[in-house]
Design a protein around this ligand. Structure first.
Ligand SMILES: Cc1cc2nc3c(=O)[nH]c(=O)nc-3n(C[C@H](O)[C@H](O)[C@H](O)COP(=O)(O)OP(=O)(O)OC[C@H]3O[C@@H](n4cnc5c(N)ncnc54)[C@H](O)[C@@H]3O)c2cc1C
Length: 438
């Protein structure tokens, strides 16, 4: 209930802030003699610009803000609304031009007015920002380079747009209107300082130390860390944290990893890391005693947010990590509810944590279904993919009351979700975790 109320409150505030510039525009003194199209274009520009400012709030990882929705949903919204905001911003010059094509001179970067030059710079930066985000992989931009570019271009675009508004001056024509615009923009951009300076400062005071590095199945390595000189933090099973390694937490490089450990242990955290690229290879090579910095907990993928008479966990590959947190937590809580774990990988040796999962059957009402795409000759369990027929065979009749948690490669998650929906499982009973935020 608290979560819903907070969610509605943030949404209402969001809508108010988005529309506030229009109210501000029409506070006297209002410029006279302007056509409807110019007024509309300015209103769209203001709304688009405010949305872009709010983007900085969305990525600041404020727990009270992300709590009702989950940070993954907030970041997804950040990505999707960026396109809408860009459209609004683009409509601003397009409408002005359509009304008087002679205004094309304003689009000459070497001509026009200072106001038009800054406006043009803001539009170009926003276009570049959107293109590099949507087609990052096609453009072969590494995640780290993209992140630096994204932050830099975002700040520059907002500053250029702000200067454009101030120089154009017509709708922010009093000291108070100017002040409100400048203060709100500075506040939004300064959230980057919170994320990149204040958070690392707090992390430096609460470091974690690697106390165990263990090879699990396939190419997954389990890493245990312990709080150094502080009490750690509480988390919900299935949540995740951003990890930084190296001498200082003041680094841009941090990567998200799900907790694999029990949520009942607050000073000790565990992660299961699959080697993918540079960072995961560095994590896998960590030595006992190394300091790491952790920003968490984050995320809404948790059984604690979805009470049910029983659970079905469906994992593909490294998607087993949040499920390990569920299983270990439920075991520590001596939870009697029935659980089915469906766990698929390509080959048998890729099944991580298998011995421990089997051992947990002594402490849980747990049934396991291992599914291999390329099984050995003597494989007695399931083979192929997690299909509708497999689910039909393995799920109990009262499956509709259970909650389903799915984590794995995107195509697998989409296929399983479709099968469950087609089978009649309510959408609200299906919870998905994507291992991709960008
Ligand atoms: C919520 C969440 C939980 C995750 N949990 C686990 C886990 O338990 N175990 C595990 O092995 N992996 C997990 N991942 C994936 C893990 O974050 C990426 O594998 C890792 O960041 C790859 O970095 P790299 O440098 O090794 O590889 P790269 O080759 O640099 O990156 C591979 C891909 O990972 C993504 N990625 C890279 N850097 C980041 C970053 N800083 N933030 C977000 N995405 C990034 C990008 O899509 C990139 O294309 C999780 C991801 C998310 C979003």
């Amino acid at each position: 209930m608290r979560r819903t109320l907070l969610g509605v409150a943030w949404l209402s505030l969001y809508l108010f802030i988005i529309l506030a510039p229009i109210l501000l525009m029409f506070l006297p003194p209002v410029p006279t003699g302007r056509s409807f199209w110019v007024e509309l274009s300015v209103a769209l520009g203001f709304v688009g610009l405010t949305q872009i400012g709010i983007q900085f709030v969305l990525i600041a990882r404020f727990k009270p803000l992300t709590y009702p929705y989950g940070i993954d949903v907030v970041l997804k919204y950040h990505r999707q609304i960026a396109v809408v905001a860009l459209l609004f911003v683009l409509l601003h010059p397009v409408l002005i031009l359509l009304e008087h094509p002679a205004r094309i001179v304003l689009f000459n970067p070497f001509g026009g007015t200072y106001a038009s030059k800054f406006g043009l710079a803001a539009v170009v930066l926003l276009l570049a920002l959107t293109v590099t985000s949507i087609w990052r992989e096609k453009l072969k931009i590494s995640y780290e380079t993209w992140r630096l570019l994204h932050t830099g271009m975002g700040i520059l675009a907002l500053v250029a747009a702000q200067v454009h508004v101030s120089l154009a001056g017509l709708y922010v024509n009093t000291f108070w209107k100017q002040l409100i615009w400048v203060v709100s923009s500075v506040a939004m951009v300064s959230l980057i300082a919170y994320l990149r300076l204040v958070k690392p400062y707090l992390q430096k005071r609460q470091p974690w130390r690697v106390v165990g590095v263990r090879q699990e199945g396939g190419d997954t390595v389990n890493i245990d860390v312990e709080a150094v000189g502080h009490d750690g933090f509480r988390f919900h099973p299935g949540q995740f944290a951003w990890i930084k390694v190296g001498r200082t937490p003041y680094t841009m490089e941090e990567h998200p990893y799900s907790f694999t450990g029990s949520a009942e242990k607050t000073t000790r955290l565990s992660f299961g890391v699959k080697a993918l690229g540079d960072f995961s290879a560095r994590l896998q090579a960590l030595e006992v005693g190394t300091t790491v910095y952790i920003d968490g907990p984050h995320g809404a993928f948790s059984i604690d947010r979805a009470q049910a008479p029983g659970y079905v966990f469906i994992a593909g590959g490294v998607g087993i990590t949040p499920m390990m947190s569920f299983l270990r937590t439920l075991a520590d809580r001596q939870d009697p509810r029935p659980i089915i774990l469906i766990y698929s990988t390509n080959e048998e040796h890729e099944l991580a944590y298998r011995d421990e999962i089997e051992g947990l059957k002594d402490r849980l009402d747990l049934e396991t279904v291992y599914v291999l795409d390329e099984p050995p000759h003597d494989w007695a369990a399931e083979e192929g993919r997690v299909t509708g027929q497999l689910l039909d065979r393995r799920l109990p009749k009262e499956r509709f009351t259970r909650r389903f948690f799915i984590c794995g490669p995107s195509p697998m998650m989409a296929a399983v979700e479709q099968e469950l929906l087609a089978d009649g499982v309510p959408r609200t009973h299906i919870h998905l975790e994507e291992f991709a935020l960008a």
